[in-house]
Design a protein around this ligand. Structure first.
Ligand code: GRF
Length: 234
């Protein structure tokens, strides 16, 4: 099976991009990272370059309109020969034309258990809302922000005394495990978007993948630890 050519879009530090690059360093992983595009010159591009991956900075300010910016991104994706586009902390909303063109082949990671907490400041909002379980989601991208069909989710507990930063760090750790899993499923054709929904292949013969679309907090895996979880959560 040929590996799916994947381009990662970033705006910031690029830790999810780094996790995808690390997963794809294994030749048996079904996707290879062939390029990284950033809308900012100062993003985690250095990390990609140090791993020998081609990078491109495509800034909004260098283009006369949002459409022209989207067109430049589309041209770069085509130039990279992309099969799949992975948004990893890309902080701009892509226009409907671009999203529709890549629909079913474009995925995003969002730091919340969708459909809760779409948009920004998810961790602070989760703490304010008093949720006991928080996490992250990988979904297919549709024109509506953070709204596309969910591919995989990982949950973490919200602990007593958590603040935005401690919770963000706990979620980020599982983001780095979930995104490679989810991209792998898409690249293998085991997760597909059809008629606005995610269709998952049957995993009956594949015990490892049977649980991979949902990652529960480690304490939840052991029944005895549920008591511990009850003690440490408010
Ligand atoms: C991550 O929390 C991701 O879920 C969100 O933006 C953050 C990006 O972090 N979309 P990084 O650039 O991958 O380190």
């Amino acid at each position: 099976m040929s590996r799916k050519r994947t381009v990662v879009l970033i705006s910031g530090r690029g830790s999810n991009m780094t996790a995808l690059i690390a997963a794809a360093a294994d030749p048996s992983y079904p996707a290879e990272i062939v390029g990284v595009i950033s809308d900012r010159a100062n993003a985690g591009l250095g990390i990609a370059q140090s791993r020998g991956i081609a990078t491109k900075v495509i800034q909004r300010a260098d283009h006369p309109s949002k459409d022209a910016h989207d067109d430049a991104i589309d041209a770069a994706l085509t130039g990279f020969g992309a099969d799949i586009v992975a948004l990893a902390g890309y902080m701009r909303i892509l226009g409907p034309g671009l999203v529709e063109k890549w629909q079913g082949r474009m995925v995003n990671i969002h730091p919340a258990l969708l459909p809760a907490f779409k948009g920004l400041d998810t961790h602070a909002r989760a703490i304010r809302a008093g949720v006991r379980i928080h996490g992250c989601s990988v979904h297919f991208v549709t024109p509506e922000m953070d709204d596309g069909p969910i591919i995989a989710q990982a949950a973490v507990p919200v602990m007593v005394g958590d603040n935005e930063d401690t919770l963000a760090a706990r979620v980020l750790k599982v983001e780095h495990r979930l995104y490679p899993l989810a991209l792998g499923l898409v690249a293998e054709g085991k997760a597909r978007m059809e008629k606005g929904h995610t269709v998952l292949a049957h995993f009956a013969d594949d015990a490892d993948n049977a649980t991979s679309v949902v990652m529960a907090p480690d304490p939840l895996r052991e029944e005895t630890d549920l008591e511990q979880l009850a003690r440490i959560t408010p």
